[in-house]
Design a protein around this ligand. Structure first.
Ligand SMILES: NC(=O)c1ccc[n+]([C@@H]2O[C@H](COP(=O)([O-])OP(=O)(O)OC[C@H]3O[C@@H](n4cnc5c(N)ncnc54)[C@H](O)[C@@H]3O)[C@@H](O)[C@H]2O)c1
Length: 340
């Protein structure tokens, strides 16, 4: 593309999530949405009613053959990601693939390899790594603000989607694993998971994932489709304090809590004093007002222009898929520990 020319974008998949991507790319100045593609006429009609100027097609080949299109954004079900991404890369397009990158580690690796071979950007929709609270959480952890990293604990629960092709781990835990790897900046060594099918006829609909790191730090992630309450919490405990992310809070999404005081520590047998423990100072961490999805879309365009590796690249996509796969393997094997 010529210097200063807007990047040509096509969005594939206008179901539940695709319209959010369409809205954001459509609002960015330095790109032009040439196509929205979906196999279902009803979804194309829905887009037409909201964005009447956008050209629509049900034919993926039309999008691939259009030389004005530099990049494809895939918001289709995960079972389609590998094939659509490989075809896009073969056609010389950059590609943004919604999370998770693929439905197996091997297929995620194929996408990464094809991206390298084609010298094209591959980004994956790990939206939380573009969330200002998670970016700040990583910065605080690595500046030593909470001391040595001990463990993370998260909860991501809600009522499940009616017709998911993937279980709750692939639907929800993908976000928490992406956050964990982004904040921890080290690879885990093993996964143990517990899960069951309670209401869903054949998919695991509630699970607890335990992630183990070589330095002894660990994480537990609870995901469920059985909760009428929507919860989005990610807690990190350090030796000198903790960080609490609550995405359901309109304000004060990230809080930093000092280790606190405990008058029982070092008490001698002859001392007479009140015994108590209480949390330390609670600070609300100031955050920029950036919308994560907007930042994610803008970052993809910037990587295409500069050749920079995306913050959530195919490599991060593979690392997350590997853990999701290991968690399911653990559950299938009576919650045995799966080494990575
Ligand atoms: N980042 C997030 O927070 C977030 C949230 C929800 C979903 N997602 C991801 O977005 C993706 C889509 O999820 P969804 O819930 O929107 O699914 P969906 O089933 O609601 O929509 C998918 C759409 O893709 C279309 N499609 C499928 N194959 C196609 C093809 N070959 N060509 C053209 N259109 C095709 C379908 O007709 C459908 O309309 C998944 O990867 C999912 O994990 C991400």
């Amino acid at each position: 593309m010529a210097q200063g020319e807007p990047l040509g974008i096509a969005l594939v998949g206008a179901g539940y999530w695709g319209p959010n991507l369409i809205r954001n790319f459509n609002a960015l100045d330095d790109c032009f949405v040439y196509w929205v593609c979906d196999k279902k006429p009803g979804r194309l009609q829905f887009i037409h009613e909201r964005f009447p100027h956008l050209p629509l097609t049900d034919n993926f080949d039309t999008v691939l053959a259009d030389p004005r299109v530099h990049a494809l954004v895939l918001a289709t079900p995960v079972s389609t990601h590998r094939d659509l991404a490989l075809r896009a890369l073969e056609a010389g397009k950059h590609v943004f693939v919604e999370k998770p990158l693929a439905d197996t580690t091997q297929r995620a690796q194929e996408i990464a390899d094809a991206g390298r071979a084609a010298k094209r950007v591959v980004a994956v929709g790990h939206i939380f790594v573009y969330n200002p609270a998670i970016v700040r959480m990583g910065e605080l952890v690595h500046s030593g603000a909470i001391g040595k990293l001990c463990y993370a604990e998260s909860s991501r629960v809600n009522l499940g989607p009616p017709a998911s092709e993937v279980n709750v781990i692939w639907d929800l835990a993908v976000h928490d694993i992406a956050i964990l790897l982004d904040v921890w900046r080290q690879k885990p060594v093993a996964v143990t998971a517990f899960g069951n099918r309670y209401l869903h006829p054949h998919l695991i609909d509630a699970a607890f994932l335990h992630i183990h790191f070589a330095d002894g730090s660990m994480a537990q992630h609870h995901v469920s489709w059985l909760s009428p309450d929507k919860v989005r919490r990610f807690f990190v405990a350090g030796s000198q304090g903790s960080l609490h992310f609550d995405d359901m809070q309109p304000q004060a999404k990230l809080r930093h809590i000092d280790q606190g005081q405990d008058s029982r520590i070092g008490l001698s047998d002859t001392e007479s004093k009140e015994l108590y423990y209480k949390p330390g100072e609670i600070k609300v961490v100031a955050l920029p007002a950036d919308e994560p999805l907007r930042a994610e879309c803008a970052h993809f365009l910037e990587c295409i222009r500069t050749g920079a590796k995306p913050r959530a690249s195919a490599d991060e996509g593979i690392a997350v898929v590997q853990i999701l796969e290991a968690a399911c393997a653990s559950i299938e094997n009576h919650s045995a520990r799966v080494e990575l």
